[in-house]
Write a protein that binds this ligand. Structure first.
Ligand code: ADP
Ligand code: MG
Length: 682
């Protein structure tokens, strides 16, 4: 039912609701609370412990302090109850100073913590005690995410008006074999009701579990159905000639690791079939994914078909192009036919001619960036697609590439990622993929020593180490977060830092690299760094993915607190790619204790471990990039809840054995279609 038809919703409210994508009653009901405020569990001030607390008391001594630095205002006050008093403060919320009546009691909910040697309640939310007490159920209250245009009161009132309708909500999930105890008649209506109108914490928790189960079931079923659909497509079978591949492998400049052999074999098996491969090659930074993809590509060339490799940046595409070219020409005598390889990026000159050659089949292997995806890039016979750092691309972009194979066929797809995917995500988001794992690094790699360092100590603890390393003829990456100075951001800009390092290390060349430079400028700087014409490369995160300069053995990441764990791990993966010991310094500005992220980085170089930790700290959307999964917006499900995932997975698996049944569940079918588009890699 459209939102306009709800009692009490006028045109203005309706417009505001539609603006935040709440268009139907269903949307409103599925707009679930972010958390619950529990006013039953207040603590007296004398009993406070650090952490999240609810205090009941009066507030006084309110005043606003303006700091000159960082344009910050701080509103301070004192909260009192019968047992004592605490300091409280808010940042950049000057209105707080006028918000309170000093004679009335409020519940203050916030974080009680030690800052600058004093305990304080930081940025608490506040509710009048009286408001809570006039409503018996209000002592345990749902809190909804701030939907800018809609007042919480309006939202509560709308839901309150719908209250009698909740019992009419139909069931959603099928009651089949393998369905869990959660799925009982009426369970959905009850869960939705209890999540909005819980009387006690247990109600809310039970509701959350059911709704999480529902979400996981949908997600997993969507992935399973995608996989089935993929199996119905046709592809060009690329015959696997084991002797041919063996002779190439024997003549590589190094021995493949066991993991590389296994992965290559799995891929070549898949490509021999007439259903398209949809495989993810997962391996930590430096595990050697490129050579595995290259081996598969030689097979495609031998079969007379084309390969495309899509990379997220021009730097990376160029590097792939060069190293593949070198590899193939080194194998000259062993290849039946050397793949004729070409580079297509935004900066490529003579695009028109190149595209003609691709279309006529003169080129066997195209390496490129987004430039590959334009409508006027056509292939003669594209049978194999490789997408490097696949999480960098959106569903739409990948789809564009896949459409370039001959009519009525889908190419074999190999996606590569260095961001390890925790098992729970493999089952849910990536359930339609087959996975090959490179869980072994090439021999001789040394662990990267990682250290958190305060900026104030860089003179004594960092510069000497840099000098020592440079004296050995090795190179350094220095990573900054921003290009230029901005008011709101206090991070050190890359240009300023490059200047500083030029002065500090006058005997060495310092290079500057950032995303706003022209593609050929970037390529030139990167080439100079690769050839050791530049010894210190000061760069933004444009070097994050894939770049390979084995002589660079130190990376300094400035303002390290500003990066996510996955990104830090990627950046660190730029070093330690040769046989020399390597180090990574995480520079922080803050005094206090470094964040959990940084401490995890210091402790571990294992990408899989870090990905699990990251999933716990941040959730899946952020790890895998908003492009791909921003829309996914899992509301309830926690992807670290492996028990719930495995139950939902069994249930969905059972149901997927009779996919035609889905037509008896129109609402489920509709919801799943949304997920199918988001999770599919084809
Ligand atoms: P990533 O998995 O991060 O993409 P690359 O494919 O770029 O890693 O490989 C990293 C480096 O390791 C390259 O210089 C590559 O030539 C080298 N390499 C790959 N496999 C092996 C191996 N089995 N033995 C030694 N070096 C290898
Ligand atoms: Mg790579």
């Amino acid at each position: 039912m459209p939102i306009e038809e709800v009692k009490g919703v006028g045109p203005k409210t309706a417009a505001a609701l539609r603006k935040v994508n709440l268009c139907t009653v269903g949307d409103l009901i599925y707009c679930l609370p972010r958390l619950y405020e529990n006013y039953q569990t207040t603590t007296t001030i004398e009993d406070l412990h650090p952490g999240k607390v609810v205090v009941r008391g009066k507030i006084s001594d309110l005043h606003v302090i303006r700091t000159s630095r960082k344009r910050l205002t701080i509103t301070q006050g004192v909260i009192r109850d019968e047992t004592g008093a605490i300091r409280t403060l808010w940042f950049n919320q000057p209105y707080r100073a006028k918000q309170f009546d000093e004679n009335r009691e409020y519940y203050f909910t916030g974080k009680y913590e030690l800052k600058g040697g004093r305990y304080q309640l930081t940025s608490p939310s506040a509710t009048l005690v009286q408001d809570v007490e006039t409503d018996a159920t209000a002592s345990f209250q749902p809190i909804y995410s701030a939907k800018s245009a809609i007042k919480p009161q309006t939202f509560h009132k709308l839901l309150e008006g719908l209250k009698p309708k909740f019992s009419e909500i139909p069931d959603l999930l099928p009651f089949t074999d393998g369905c869990s105890d959660f799925v009982t008649p009426g369970a959905r209506a009850e869960a939705l009701f209890n999540s909005h109108f819980p009387e006690q914490p247990e109600d809310a928790e039970r509701a959350r579990k059911y709704l999480a189960y529902e979400e996981l079931f949908e997600l997993i079923l969507a992935a399973k159905l995608n996989k089935q659909e993929n199996q119905r497509l046709r592809s060009i079978p690329l015959q696997f000639d084991a002797n041919f591949t063996k002779s190439i492998v024997r003549n590589l400049p190094f021995h493949l690791t066991g993991a590389q052999r296994r992965a290559t074999w799995e891929i070549l098996q898949d490509m021999g079939r007439s259903t398209p491969m949809n495989r993810l090659l997962q391996g930590d930074v430096g595990s050697g994914k490129t050579i595995v993809a290259a081996l598969a590509a030689t097979e495609a060339t031998k079969n007379g078909h084309q390969t495309a490799l899509l990379a997220p940046t021009a730097i990376l595409a160029t590097q792939h192009f060069e190293s593949l070219g070198k590899l193939f020409s080194g194998l000259r005598t062993h290849l039946v036919k050397i793949p004729r390889i070409a580079l297509l990026t935004g900066a490529t000159r003579g695009k028109w001619q190149l595209k003609k050659a691709i279309q006529s089949g003169e080129i066997d292997f195209v390496v490129g960036t987004h430039a590959l995806l334009t409508d006027d890039t056509n292939f003669h016979s594209l049978a194999f697609c490789i997408i490097d750092e696949q999480h960098r691309f959106g569903v739409g972009q990948r789809h564009k590439l896949l459409l370039k194979s001959p009519d009525n066929t889908a190419p074999h797809l190999l996606s590569m990622t260095a961001t390890p995917i925790p098992r729970s995500l493999q089952l849910t988001l990536f359930g339609d993929l087959d996975v090959s794992l490179l869980n072994e690094l090439p021999p001789g790699r040394q662990p990267i020593e990682t250290k958190i360092l305060s900026e104030t100590n860089q003179h004594d603890d960092l510069y000497p180490k840099m000098r020592e390393l440079l004296a050995k003829g090795q190179q350094i990456y220095w990573i900054c977060q921003v290009i230029e100075e901005k008011n709101s951001n206090t991070a050190t800009p890359v240009k300023k830092q490059a200047k500083k390092l030029t002065e500090l290390f006058p005997n060495y060349q310092v290079g500057l690299l950032h995303g706003k430079m022209k593609p050929d400028e970037k390529d030139a700087i990167m080439a100079d760094f690769a050839n050791n014409k530049i010894q210190i490369l000061v760069s933004t995160t444009v070097v994050e993915v894939g770049v390979n300069v084995p002589n660079a053995n130190m990376i300094v990441i400035q303002d390290a607190e500003n990066y996510g764990l996955a990104q830090l791990h990627q950046l660190r993966g730029r070093v330690g790619r040769g046989d020399q010991p390597a180090s990574c310094f995480l520079l922080t500005t803050g005094e206090g204790k470094p964040s959990r992220r940084l401490r995890e980085m210091e402790k571990s170089t294992d990408g899989f471990h870090l990905a699990e930790v990251d999933l716990k700290i941040r959730g899946p959307g952020e790890i895998y990039g908003s492009q791909q999964h921003g829309e996914l917006n899992l509301q309830v499900a926690n992807l670290t809840d492996t028990e719930l995932i495995s139950q939902a997975s069994n249930h969905a698996g059972e149901f997927a054995t009779h996919p035609e049944e889905l037509q008896n569940y129109p609402e489920l079918a509709q919801r799943i279609r949304k997920y199918q588009q988001l999770t599919t890699l084809n």
